[in-house]
Design a binder for this molecule. Structure first.
Ligand SMILES: [Fe+2]
Ligand SMILES: [Fe+2]
Length: 277
């Protein structure tokens, strides 16, 4: 049986700032018309859950209202970001504990016919917090126990911006050496694809032979003033049709009625546009 997985990302919900709620409501209606087997949310479900538990709690309730089971992994807006980036919200024990309290585990392993899906918390990578080591052990177990299933990896931040051996330190991808460690953990059975969010651009490319699919956001794009285009600035979701023989069809799905919000033009919602995605 082919499983239809819908990947949603970057919904950026908040009970206080409801500007992106209409897009989420439109997404929910679209999903209800043809519910998938599984929904995976690749992070930044909240607008500012890293600061305000109310945002995270509200976003979790919104995901729970979707018409299919939903697995979620955190983004920087939910649990903070890498200390090396020098921002104002570092991933720390308190933020990870808050995620656990509201949403449960920050990583997952989900088996479907012919497939093993692994979702990782990119925000704990390089933190040296216990959650990072626990996740690394879970990843090793997931790969070792895959039993011939095709593997797929779901992340908030993409593994890399251009190439896997990039060394640039910036806000957008998983940084080294964590990136190399994640790739190495798969050993001789690399994932068939890596699906991520965070960039708020759609992109489907295969640097170094590894297919990487960047889901667009549901909420907003980031204008050229703050972020150059690498992929396509549009809104939507990604449909992954996972066939039991380990092949898959992954494609962008745009949804009629999503408002093409630009966060640069909405500074009152999140007044730190350099790190708006
Ligand atoms: Fe993000
Ligand atoms: Fe985002």
């Amino acid at each position: 049986m082919t499983c239809r997985v819908i990947q949603i990302s970057d919904t950026h919900l908040s009970p206080a700032h409801t500007h992106f709620q209409a897009n989420f409501d439109r997404l929910r209606a679209w999903l209800a018309a043809a519910p998938p087997d599984l929904i995976i949310c690749t992070g930044d479900l909240s607008l500012d859950g890293a600061e305000d538990a109310a945002d995270l709690r509200y976003a979790a309730a919104q995901l729970a209202s979707l018409p299919a089971r939903c697995l979620a992994i955190p983004g920087n807006h939910d649990v903070g970001d890498y200390t090396v980036l020098g921002g104002w919200q570092n991933t720390d024990a308190a933020r990870l504990a808050r995620w656990r309290e509201i949403l449960g585990a920050d990583h997952f392993v989900e088996d479907l016919p012919g497939w093993r899906l692994v979702g990782l918390n990119t925000q704990s990578l390089g933190s040296f917090l216990p959650e990072e080591a626990a996740q690394a052990a879970a990843l090793a177990d997931a790969v070792a126990g895959a039993g011939g299933r095709a593997l797929a990896l779901f992340l908030h931040k993409p593994l890399c911006q251009h190439r896997l051996d990039d060394t640039e330190v910036n806000y957008w991808p998983v940084l080294q050496p964590a990136r190399a460690a994640v790739v190495a953990a798969f050993g001789a059975t690399p994932p068939r694809f890596v699906a991520s969010g965070h960039i708020h651009q759609w992109r489907d490319h295969a640097p170094d032979g590894l297919r990487q699919i960047w889901a667009p956001a549901v909420s907003f794009i980031v204008g050229e003033e703050s972020q150059p285009s690498i992929g396509s600035k549009l809104l939507g979701v990604v449909e992954h049709l996972l066939h039991p023989d380990g092949t898959h069809d992954s494609r962008l799905v745009t949804i009629d009625g999503l408002a093409l919000n630009d966060i640069v033009k909405l500074p009152h919602l999140y007044a730190r546009p350099v790190a708006a995605a």
